[in-house]
Design a protein around this ligand. Structure first.
Ligand code: ATP
Length: 210
């Protein structure tokens, strides 16, 4: 067992976008991680996935997004752990798997996921196995009040260990990207050009898929 500081960043990444990429770097720096595993889910338990979804394509887009960064290549690992398992992807199970590598785990959550975390399957186990890194994601909720109340409740009820990851907020979602692509708009500066080329090559978010 190593004492490496390991970060876990899960999501659907359909597709990966600038908000995800910037979050990954902010997380790496703020928590001084030795390794960051970026893990696309196979089947998310709590959200509806696009018709025609192929988890392997989402995995491939993440690999493209994170590969041209030589300095970080040994730190950021795009993992096929959940895609390979081909079952509903529960975070507590993924954390149990990675806890065999190190006991120092931190899970990254944007605000939307952070506010719902306690309702995820076996959430007590999630709080037990890992610290939670929260990154602010602009949204429609009253950010400061709801976030503060949630932090206090999670600490009190579950003994959650919560850290804040500072990042200039980026108002962007995969939904927005899919809609832009469907309308044939450009996505410059919203996701890496190589990822957009991959999307166009396989027509991932055309009329029939969104
Ligand atoms: P969708 O629009 O399809 O729901 P999404 O953009 O929310 O997708 P996910 O793959 O569901 O992307 O997000 C994975 C993780 O990244 C979640 O913890 C989410 O909160 C976080 N995240 C997504 N977009 C941002 C952003 N712009 N800023 C900070 N965190 C983000």
């Amino acid at each position: 067992m190593s004492d490496m500081k390991i970060g876990i960043y899960g999501g659907t990444f359909d597709p990966v976008h600038l908000g995800h990429i910037r979050s990954a770097f902010a997380f790496l720096t703020a928590c001084d991680l030795d390794r960051l595993f970026v893990i696309p889910n196979y089947l998310p338990p709590h959200k509806t996935i696009c018709a025609g979804d192929d988890p392997h394509m989402r995995l491939q887009m993440l690999k493209i997004a994170f590969s041209p960064l030589p300095f970080y290549n040994d730190k950021i690992i795009v993992s096929d752990f959940e895609v390979r398992n081909q079952e509903v992807s529960y975070t507590y199970k993924t954390l149990e798997h990675f806890s065999f590598i190190s006991k120092d785990l931190t899970l990254l959550c944007g605000t939307d996921n952070f506010l719902n975390l306690e309702y995820w399957k076996n959430s007590e186990r999630i709080f037990e196995l890992s610290k939670i890194a929260h990154i602010v994601r602009p949204g429609t909720y009253d950010e400061s009040e709801e976030i503060l109340a949630t932090k206090e409740r999670l600490k009190k009820r579950y003994g959650a260990r919560i850290v804040d990851v500072p990042m200039a907020p980026i108002e962007l979602s995969s939904t927005e990207i899919r809609e832009k692509i469907k309308r044939g708009e450009n996505t410059l500066y919203l996701l890496p050009p190589d990822v957009r080329a991959f999307i166009d090559k396989y027509d991932l978010y055309g009329e029939h898929n969104v």
